[in-house]
Design a protein around this ligand. Structure first.
Ligand code: NAG
Ligand code: NAG
Ligand code: NAG
Length: 718
């Protein structure tokens, strides 16, 4: 019966998701007017340099480190050192580290494949100018080494167990950060993947305490103030309805945590976590609950005059729902504030989670950084241990995502930011790059205003073929240069589109902070290549308004600096004027394989139109499926009324099914009325035809129910 409840609630959940996507497909376009993409480039139209590593085996590439000149990649038994400028490998700096034969054999005895039983390097931290800490999965027996460099040779200084620092499985989503000569890690600390841990020798999170970490996927970690912050997603303990749901979290520990008194010496006294709220506001907010990636902490002005420190993240809907992705930004001030608020508490196993009243919180405040945590009273340490979840969720900056995409093709994965790019008129904007799970990278500019956020998608670029997911993105020097990492291929790609547009209008309408129209050269120029003569540049990142371009395209304009403020005033007076996006005078240009430079714009415009149709199509499909769903409900309901009066089935379990679903629907906040709910149940359990034979139908019915249930449960828990 419990299973039936889970099944019912999963169905309700899906129906709800469908409902809300319909509502929001309308609403999104209402409050995010410009989520269309301006340029669409396929894989042949992007300039990239590819690094393949070892072509014949899985590499599980990850970026271990990056500095002004180099990017260090971890792969299979190897650390690669590449130039960040041209991606040439410094072969003399290549570090090889194979697992010993003994470790490989034990790994294979434990049932892992030959590809698993390799040493995938996951962590590299420079300890000083010539010393390195390197850790690898070492055939499912993580090990670390200290290396020194002697005349371009790596010499092993010492070797030790990497459990708690490096994962066992090369695909596990771990994170590590160095701060004040200490290494903070979030990973899995056992072979069977039951012991996730946030660790800094010797302190760790509680062993198998689901209230601290519950099947987490770690995303990122960063030092800030006296703390280390960890971003991850995990199964939500506080979600009490049937079924399982994943929430996004930010957690923190104090850098100077020395552990608790006595037996608590190896446990954090300062571990706290909070939910991250990335949702479309409304009476029933629509949540993007699964964080996939974050940027590092950056500083800038967002909608107000105060400078703020923020983190951008990509968050998505669950895998079994329609693909919704969002970018949300979180201010560090909001995060800190939530950690100073109420703690969440559950009295007993089935009780609701409620805020802890202030008078019940011991002193000094649990989770606060103190000089010596070893002398804290045990009551405080115990409270922190049992109340690691904060009551309030961290709100997104502007209380809403800065970009939402609903797509049947992809979800967002990695994100990185080129912060505070300066424009011609000395404004600054963040340029974001967002990866997808089908090999694309979106270039997005965040244009905040007083009313909230407004992200503009400048381009959508296919970087990997065969729907290969983008795993990581890193900014490289030069406007639009980004390192794009997939499991087996790493590319240095250039998303600088200035040279591919050849009209003043198209250049300005791009709203790309990297590009401006040069009235002297009559070209769309990349601003990092322009040293002087800003006077002759036209750019309008905020509005993409092309009125400064002279009416006859490409004519020289005698005016001086382009001034955003004047334009804003003009718009206030005359706010009927719509952004005249570049009139596609090249619309008819065919997009063939041999595209010339000039024709690329033509392709872009044409594809832009296609995308628009796809979006409309999507709305139609959703509408149609909803109508079908409703018709199905009604048909099922009528049918069941006719053939399945309850009195005919004095079978106790069957009636209990109803009771359970009714109890579910007894919740006055439920999305479905009890009547509609009954319909759900009947439609699901009753075979539509033929007319029932009374004797054997009861058992048949139950079989179907339990079959369906079993499948559903498997789906949820595996
Ligand atoms: C990578 O190579 C560069 C240039 O030789 C060197 O300066 C840097 O220290 C190397 N990085 C590592 C981690 O070996
Ligand atoms: C790591 O994260 C990726 C992207 O969200 C996900 O597809 C993958 O399943 C995760 N890995 C594990 C071992 O859970
Ligand atoms: C998340 O934010 C939305 C929009 O501000 C708000 O309506 C909702 O109540 C918040 N949810 C939680 C769990 O705090």
């Amino acid at each position: 019966m419990y299973c039936l409840r889970i099944w019912g609630s999963t169905v309700l959940h899906h129906v709800t998701i469908l409902f809300f996507f319909l509502l929001y497909s309308v609403e999104i376009s209402a409050w995010l007017p410009d989520t269309a993409t301006k340029i669409i480039h396929d894989i042949k139209q992007i300039s990239t340099i590819t690094f393949l590593g070892n072509n014949s085996f899985p590499n599980h590439f990850t970026v271990l480190n990056q500095d002004a000149n180099s990017i260090i990649l971890g792969g299979r038994n190897t650390v690669y050192n590449l130039s960040i400028y041209d991606f040439t490998e410094r072969k003399e700096k290549r570090l090889k580290w194979f697992s010993s034969d003994a470790h490989t054999q034990i790994c294979q005895l434990k049932g892992k494949s030959e590809d698993d039983c390799q040493n995938y390097i996951r962590i590299l931290v420079p300890l000083s100018t010539e010393r390195l800490l390197v850790c690898g999965t070492n055939s499912y027996k993580p090990y670390c080494r200290h290396y020194t460099t002697l005349n371009d040779e790596y010499v092993t200084e010492k070797e030790f167990s990497g459990v708690g620092i490096c994962p066992f499985n090369p695909e596990y989503n771990n994170t590590a950060v160095q701060s004040n000569d200490q290494i903070f890690t979030a990973t899995i600390a056992d072979f069977s993947e039951r012991d996730p841990v946030i660790y800094r020798e010797p302190q760790r999170t509680e062993l198998s305490d689901l209230k601290q970490l519950n099947a987490p996927n770690f995303v990122s970690s960063m030092p800030y103030d006296n703390y280390i912050f960890f971003f991850f997603r995990e199964t939500a303990v506080e979600y009490l309805n049937c079924g399982k749901i994943i929430y996004s979290r930010v957690a923190r520990v104090c850098q100077n945590d020395k552990g608790g008194p006595h037996q608590f010496g190896d446990r954090w006294t300062s571990f706290l976590k909070a939910r991250l709220n990335c949702s479309l506001p409304g009476e029933y907010p629509f949540y993007f609950d699964e964080i996939q990636s974050t940027t590092s902490i950056i500083e800038g002005r967002y909608g107000s005059n105060l400078s703020q420190q923020i983190v951008y993240g990509t968050l998505t809907t669950p895998n079994n729902a329609i693909g919704g992705s969002a970018i949300c930004a979180y201010s560090m001030k909001d995060i800190i504030r939530v950690f100073q608020g109420s703690f969440k508490h559950q009295e007993s196993i089935n009780a609701n989670w409620l805020p802890v009243p202030k008078q019940k919180v011991p002193e000094p405040r649990p989770g606060q950084c103190v000089n010596d945590s070893r002398i804290l009273p045990e009551s405080v340490v115990n409270f922190a241990k049992t109340h690691s979840l904060m009551e309030e969720a961290v709100p997104a900056l502007f209380n809403q995502p800065i970009l939402v995409r609903v797509s049947l093709q992809y979800r967002f994965t990695a994100i990185t930011v080129d912060p505070q790019v300066q424009t011609v008129s000395n404004d600054v904007f963040d340029v974001l790059y967002v990866g997808t799970d089908n090999g694309k990278v979106l270039k997005v500019v965040n244009i905040p205003n007083e009313n909230g956020a407004n992200a503009v998608v400048i381009s959508e670029n296919t970087v990997f073929s065969h729907n290969t997911p983008v795993r990581e993105l890193k900014i490289a020097p030069g406007y639009g240069r980004v390192v794009v990492v997939s499991s087996n291929e790493v590319k240095l790609a250039t998303f600088n589109h200035c040279a591919s547009v050849d009209h003043c209008q198209s250049c300005v309408a791009l709203q790309d902070p990297h590009c401006a129209w040069d009235t002297q050269q009559l070209a769309c120029v990349s601003l990092d290549a322009v040293s002087t003569l800003r006077r002759s540049l036209i750019q309008d990142v905020s509005h993409g308004n092309t009125r400064k371009c002279s009416p006859i395209a490409n004519n020289k304009i005698p005016t001086g600096v382009y001034d955003d403020n004047i334009l804003e005033n003009e718009i206030l007076i005359d706010n009927k004027i719509e952004d005249p996006s570049p009139k596609p005078n090249n619309e008819e240009v065919e997009c063939d394989d041999g595209v010339t430079e000039n024709r690329i714009t033509g392709c872009a415009v044409r594809q832009h139109l296609v995308i628009y149709t796809a979006k409309t199509l999507h709305v139609i499909v959703v509408c149609a499926s909803l109508v079908a769903l409703f018709l199905g409900f009604i048909a099922g309901y009528l049918f069941s009324r006719r053939f399945h009066p309850y009195a005919h089935y004095p079978n106790a379990p069957f009636i209990e099914q109803h009771n359970h679903l009714e109890r579910l629907s007894g919740n006055p906040n439920g999305f479905l009325t009890p009547r509609a709910n009954k319909t759900v149940n009947l439609v699901l359990n009753v075979p539509p035809s033929p007319a029932p034979k009374k004797d054997n139908l009861e058992t048949k019915d139950l079989n179907i129910a339990s079959d369906g249930t079993l499948q559903k449960i498997k789906k949820t828990y595996i």
